[in-house]
Design a protein around this ligand. Structure first.
Ligand code: NAD
Length: 312
């Protein structure tokens, strides 16, 4: 029997825990706060900013919106970061990328106070993550392990330590923001960790690695990259990918909406319907890892707030 992991419920549970902890902090006169930094008006970043603002409101956090114009200089943006670094009401700073061309990601990220770097963008914190030292694990990779740990405890009735140690974890994707930190977190849990990526596929070797996985974590951004042939019977599959694809009917013809435009839908990297029955457990898309990611960011902000106030 396959377990389709209810990530929406996990996200809701986490939010309840966040609200409770925030109330306890507020009773001590302390309110956590998140500042987003968006330069210009990139559509995807604006959507993400809106979600962060909504979750801050829901959890009782303060929210700060910094939005210099698209023609702001690098110095202007670094000055904003310095102001946020110095503001005790701001527990965490979240730069929303892409930045406009004239602004270097590295310069802005390196100017963030490492104790307010709640999505682990700073190389100092990424280094700590790689060395298994206390830091702010980046939100999406942290969400993957929050989901797996809850699954281990609640469904398999296993201590997460025993669940991960020696397990074959295969990560598909090696980006700095998802694939690599997912792999560091697997190694930190003593899993036997393999990282595959686009060059693995180009050599025709993807299936060789993914079919060895007890736990397969896919973050490639390619719809239908993983079908039943790429998955071992009884594997646990975590699909991080988010892709917008066109909807077609059974004859491969476009399905149109009321306005005569082709319908689209959100899918992951795993062909869910074809793979599901082969797995022991799987996360869906939508309603998967993304339902937990923002809550992990807020958990990091709460941790930063406690650290700043000498409570951790
Ligand atoms: P990215 O483009 O930076 O990296 C993609 C990775 O996938 C690369 O390492 C690349 O080598 C690998 N890859 C690409 N094609 C491949 C192939 N054919 N075979 C094997 N590997 C292949 O993307 P990213 O920022 O790491 O994001 C990955 C996916 O995760 C995207 O779909 C993104 O939208 C999604 N994402 C989801 C969340 C969430 O909360 N659910 C958060 C962040 C990113």
């Amino acid at each position: 029997m396959t377990t389709v992991i209810d990530c929406v419920a996990i996200g809701e549970d986490l939010m309840k825990e966040l609200v409770k902890e925030t109330e306890e902090l507020k009773a001590k006169g302390i309110t956590p706060g998140i500042a987003t930094l968006l330069v210009g008006d990139d559509f995807g970043s604006k959507m993400y900013r809106g979600q962060v603002e909504k979750f801050c409101l829901e959890a009782g956090f303060n929210y700060f919106n910094e939005n210099p114009p698209a023609d702001a200089t690098e110095d202007d943006v670094v000055e904003i970061v310095k102001k946020l670094n110095a503001n005790p009401e701001v527990s965490g700073i979240l730069p929303l990328r892409p930045f406009p061309e004239q602004i270097s990601d590295t310069v802005v990220i390196n100017s963030i106070d490492v104790n307010k770097d709640i999505d682990c963008f700073h190389p100092f914190n990424m280094g700590k993550l790689a060395m298994n030292e206390v830091t702010f694990p980046p939100a999406t990779p942290a969400a993957v392990y929050e989901i797996l740990e809850r699954y281990a405890r609640d469904v398999e009735k296993l201590d997460p330590k025993d669940f991960f140690e020696g397990a074959e974890i295969v990560v598909v994707g090696h980006s700095n923001i998802v694939g690599k930190p997912v792999a560091f977190l697997a190694l930190n849990r003593n899993a036997n960790t393999t990282v595959s990526h686009v060059f693995t596929s180009m050599k025709g070797n993807l299936e060789k690695h993914t079919t060895g996985a007890d736990i397969l974590i896919v973050a490639a951004g390619k719809a239908d990259l993983i079908g039943p042939d790429q998955v071992k019977e009884g594997a646990i599959v975590i699909d991080v990918g988010i892709n917008r694809v066109k909807v077609v009917d059974e004859n491969g013809q476009p399905v149109l909406n009321d306005k005569g435009k082709q319908k689209t839908k959100t899918v992951g990297d795993v062909s869910f319907d074809a793979v599901k029955d082969k797995t022991k457990a799987i996360t869906p898309v939508p309603g998967g890892v993304g339902s937990v990611t923002n809550r992990m960011l807020m958990k990091n902000a709460l941790k930063a707030c406690k650290m700043a106030n000498g409570l951790l």
